[in-house]
Write a protein that binds this ligand. Structure first.
Ligand code: FES
Ligand SMILES: [Fe+2]
Length: 448
């Protein structure tokens, strides 16, 4: 469990909060390129870490992000005209480029003192953008020159080897969403099918199967960039090590076989976060079957709800907490431990979205929990995050992976080893994105 104060520090990300300031040190994955299909298209509202801004693709095709409120009298730049390399406020015509510079001020006489004064002193807050492999990342931090761009493998392999990101809004605090990825034992239960030969349910994947339902043994390593761990399960005379990563401030990598997968739990505010799941194949083009799912990752469960212009309505699946996530009780009786379709993280989300505080807000009160041995990675990651946020607050020192992005060159792994082998030493190449080997997937996630 956590104290109330540590829980608040861990979960809250608005401006001025320690965790929010930690996140602002980093580039943050924000929206997919497909949201902005053409230059000079309409701007879109977005929110990260409690800050509202609008994003647009300018006439040159480059992405910009500026604060939502126009510095003149606060009209929303969402309604601005996107024209000739800038956003022109629709209220009185002030125009800003993607760097935030005021480039036209039609409400003052050209050459007047007021015109000169405003042109010299007024700008709109602009957030640097970086677009790579179907994804736009944004920097919300304090530096004039942003830190180096993250060197995650998904950002450095060729574009045709990267699937478009699958995004799911989670209507709950980001920490409880992310903690589902730090907890291997739930594979044995939440994602399990009821028998080895149970047929596939009508919707979603067939489920995990292991004859051994004993709790896995967790072995955790804290690192400069976050932490990783092995969850060891006995398989015959060997041990299956599922090795997953946590990378500051909100990224995970879980072993899913022969592809790589960066998963980012990106907070919009304290009660909404996107899970951005971004997969790629370092060995060559993505398999055709995986590219097919590009356009509708949640098609099997009805796709997304209609969105409004509120960013918290983006990527909300039709199967959600208001309709029991499409749970099928017949499937739950006959085929699967959980009748909610096993489609990406839908089952996981059902387990975490309803966690709440005493007032019903979806931010779990961790003074109430009882952590056990299978929660060892969750305990380690919380300690790492709280420690990093306090260090930044007290000494102004960010974690080393802000400036040294070589720390990003890690992988998850799935490896079968004899019992007497030191898994840390043996899997060093498998945990590196620079080994030259394909991702290790000795045991697939869905075991037949
Ligand atoms: S409020 Fe934007 S130009 Fe006046
Ligand atoms: Fe899961």
């Amino acid at each position: 469990m956590l104290t109330h104060d540590d829980n608040e520090l861990l979960c809250r990300v608005g401006p001025g909060t320690p965790m929010g300031e930690l996140m602002r040190q980093y580039w943050i994955p924000c929206l997919p390129s497909s949201e902005f299909p053409e230059p000079d298209g309409p701007a879109k509202r977005m929110m990260l870490l409690g800050e509202n801004f609008v994003m647009f693709r300018d006439s040159d095709g480059r992405m910009g992000a500026v604060a939502e409120a126009c510095p003149h009298r606060g009209a929303s730049m969402y309604f601005a005209r996107n024209e000739e390399c800038g956003l022109r406020c629709n209220y009185h015509g002030w125009k800003f480029d993607r760097e935030g510079t005021l480039v036209d001020l039609p409400t003052e006489q050209t050459g007047s003192r007021a015109h000169r004064h405003f042109m010299d002193t007024v700008g709109i807050r602009a957030y640097p953008c970086h677009e790579v492999n179907h994804m736009i990342w944004v920097y919300l931090g304090p530096r004039d020159t942003p830190p180096p761009f993250p060197s995650f493998e998904i950002n450095t392999i060729p574009e045709d080897q990267v699937q478009r990101p699958a995004i799911m809004m989670e209507e709950a605090n980001w920490v409880q969403n992310m903690e589902g990825d730090l907890d291997s034992v739930h594979l044995n239960w939440l994602h399990r099918r009821l028998a080895a030969d149970a047929p596939a349910p009508p919707k979603g994947m067939r489920g995990f199967w292991s004859p051994d339902l004993d709790a896995p043994e967790l072995d955790v390593e804290r690192t400069e960039y976050g932490a990783y761990y092995s969850s060891g399960r006995t398989m015959g005379d060997r041990t299956w090590h599922r090795i997953n990563q946590f990378i500051f401030p909100f990224h995970t990598m879980i072993s899913v076989g022969a592809i790589i997968n960066l998963r980012s739990f990106v907070p919009l505010d304290d009660h909404h976060a996107m899970l951005i799941s971004h997969s790629g194949n370092p060995a060559g083009p993505m398999p055709e079957t995986m590219m097919d799912r590009d356009h509708d990752p949640f098609g099997e469960v009805g796709g997304y709800e209609e969105r409004t212009n509120d960013p918290r309505s983006y990527f909300v699946t039709k199967a959600n907490k208001r309709n029991d996530y499409d749970r099928d009780l017949d499937v739950e009786k006959r085929l699967m431990h959980c009748g909610i379709p096993f489609v990406l993280n839908l089952q996981d989300r059902a387990m975490t979205e309803l966690m709440c505080d005493a007032w019903g807000n979806p931010l779990y009160d961790r003074t109430q929990e009882h952590l056990g041995s299978t929660d060892a990675f969750i305990i380690a990651v919380r300690a790492q995050l709280i420690g990093a946020a306090k260090r930044l607050r007290d000494t102004n020192e960010p974690p080393p992976n802000v400036d040294d992005v070589s720390w990003d060159r890690v992988r998850a792994a799935s490896v079968l080893l004899p019992d007497d082998v030191d898994w840390r030493a043996h899997t060093k190449p498998a945990r590196s994105a620079d080994s030259g080997d394909p991702p290790s997937g000795d045991v697939p996630l869905i075991i037949d």
